[in-house]
Design a protein around this ligand. Structure first.
Ligand code: GDP
Length: 200
C-alpha cells in the first residue's frame, strides 16, 4: 500500500475536463483548515508537495495526482471559507456536484472532518448530500491528537455525534478512520483502506 511515486497530472475546471482514464481515484475534500494539505503531504511524505492555492476564490480546480502510476489522489477545493460569500458556497457545490455524480472511476470520497470540534453544519450538509446521492464515502477524522484519547473524551464524543447526525442518510454506516498528522495516527490504515477499496 506504500506510495513510491507521485506525479501531478492535471488541474481541471470541471468534471468533463478531468483525465480520461480507467484508473481508480479517491477525492479528498473537507472544510477549509480541516488539515487537508497536511494529510495529503503526510500520505505522500513530501513536505514541499505543491497543492491547490488555499486562497478563497482563487484556483477552484480539480487536481489529479497519479500515485505509483496506478491510481489517483484528487484534491478538490476546500469548502466553508469563513469569509466566503454565499455565492461562493453555492459555486462549490455546483462545481463539485458534477464531479461526484459523473466520475465513474471515483472509488470513494475521503471526507475530512475535524475531530477536535463538535459537528459543523457545513460538514453535515456535505455528508448528507453525498449519502443521499449514494456516493461512496470514507470519513477521515483529522487532528485526533488535539484532544486526549481514552473513554469519553471530547474527540470520541465529537465523532460519535457526527456519525449519529448523518446516519439517516446512509443505508450503511460509511467506513471511518481516525488520523493525526502530528503523531502519524491512521496514516498506514488509510493507505491500506484505499488499497483494499481499489482491489475490491
Ligand atoms: P487545509 O486548509 O485543509 O489544507 O488545512 P492545513 O493542512 O493547512 O491545516 C490547517 C491547520 O491545522 C494548520 O495550522 C495545521 O498545522 C493544523 N493541522 C493539520 N493537521 C493537523 C493534525 O493532525 N493535528 C493538529 N494538532 N493540527 C493539525
Amino acid at each position: 500500500a506504500k506510495i513510491k511515486q507521485v506525479e501531478f497530472v492535471k488541474s481541471s475546471a470541471r468534471a468533463r475536463d478531468c483525465p480520461k482514464d480507467e484508473r481508480p481515484e479517491f477525492a479528498i475534500v473537507g472544510r477549509s483548515n480541516v488539515g487537508k494539505s497536511s494529510l495529503i503531504n503526510s500520505l505522500v511524505k513530501k513536505k514541499e508537495f505543491a497543492l491547490t492555492s488555499k486562497k478563497p476564490g482563487k484556483t477552484q480546480l480539480i487536481n489529479h495526482f497519479l500515485v505509483n502510476k496506478s491510481w489517483y489522489i484528487v484534491d478538490l477545493p476546500g469548502y466553508g471559507f469563513a469569509n466566503a460569500s454565499q455565492s461562493m458556497r453555492t459555486d462549490w457545490s455546483s462545481f463539485t456536484k458534477g464531479y461526484f455524480l459523473n466520475r465513474d472511476t471515483l472509488v470513494s470520497v475521503m471526507l475530512l472532518i475535524d475531530a477536535s470540534v463538535p459537528p459543523q453544519q457545513i460538514d453535515l450538509d456535505c455528508a448528507n448530500w453525498l449519502g443521499r446521492n449514494n456516493i461512496a464515502v470514507t470519513f477521515v477524522f483529522t487532528k485526533c491528537d488535539k484532544v486526549k484519547g481514552g473513554k469519553g473524551s471530547r474527540k470520541d464524543e465529537n465523532i460519535k455525534q457526527f456519525q449519529e447526525l448523518i446516519s439517516k442518510y446512509y443505508q450503511e454506516p460509511p467506513p471511518w478512520i481516525m488520523t493525526s498528522c502530528v503523531t502519524g495516527l491512521g496514516r498506514d490504515e488509510l493507505l491500506l483502506h484505499m488499497s483494499q477499496l481499489r482491489n475490491y
